[in-house]
Write a new protein. Structure first.
Length: 202
């Protein structure tokens, strides 16, 4: 099964098993599908991307959003915040949950526990090949195969914090920068800040 995140509204260009549809609860996306736009997707298998860290004040809106999709043919709800799981559990659709935390699912025991909750899991890309082989014979695993892998996500605006304590002034929102650790010269990692926080990629 190949899942591809949608980057445009022209869905005919995507040749995959399932379209991953960005929503207003997505961490990073250049677009966000409304409920009406999701309803209008015909003859395609879809999963909804709900992978940002959810604030307490967003919980009611999140539940309303998920409730409004219950009568649609949604294959999966892709999430990182366990508040989404609580709502899926409330409506008895945990079998449609896909726990997509790219740095948390790091052992066979972790994956097995989430599987027992009825969830599919994204296996961490930070694991050695031997560990991945050991985990891969469990059911309900998903493997990340292409593109930047998000290894860090914080609600804090870390690039703005850097600007505050340095004498640099530059536009920081929705722009990709390169981060270099002081003790690891010549090893750079992409870093991005948007309204949902800061992300560092491998």
């Amino acid at each position: 099964m190949i899942i591809t995140e949608v980057k445009s509204y022209d869905l005919d260009n995507y040749n995959c098993d399932i379209l991953l549809i960005p929503t207003c609860f997505s961490q990073i996306s250049n677009l966000s599908f409304t409920i009406e736009e999701i309803k209008n997707i015909k003859n395609r298998n879809i999963a909804l991307k709900i992978d940002k860290i959810i604030d307490e004040f967003e919980l009611d809106a999140l539940e309303d959003f998920i409730k409004s999709t219950l009568n649609m043919d949604i294959q999966y709800y892709v999430f990182t915040d366990m508040s989404v799981y609580s709502i899926l559990n409330k409506y008895n659709i945990t079998n449609k949950g896909m726990y997509f935390s790219k740095t948390i699912n790091c052992s066979r025991a972790d994956i097995r526990e989430y599987n027992m909750l009825g969830l599919k899991c994204l296996v961490s890309t930070e694991l050695p090949l031997e560990d991945i082989r050991n985990i891969s014979n469990l059911k309900n695993n998903i493997f990340y195969s292409y593109g930047y892998s998000n290894m860090f996500y914080s609600k804090r605006k870390l690039i703005d914090l850097y600007k505050q304590y340095s004498d640099n002034d530059f536009e920081s929102l929705n722009k990709m920068f390169m981060l270099e650790e002081e003790t690891r010269k010549n090893e750079r990692y992409p870093i991005l800040q948007n309204n949902n926080g800061t992300f560092i990629f491998t």
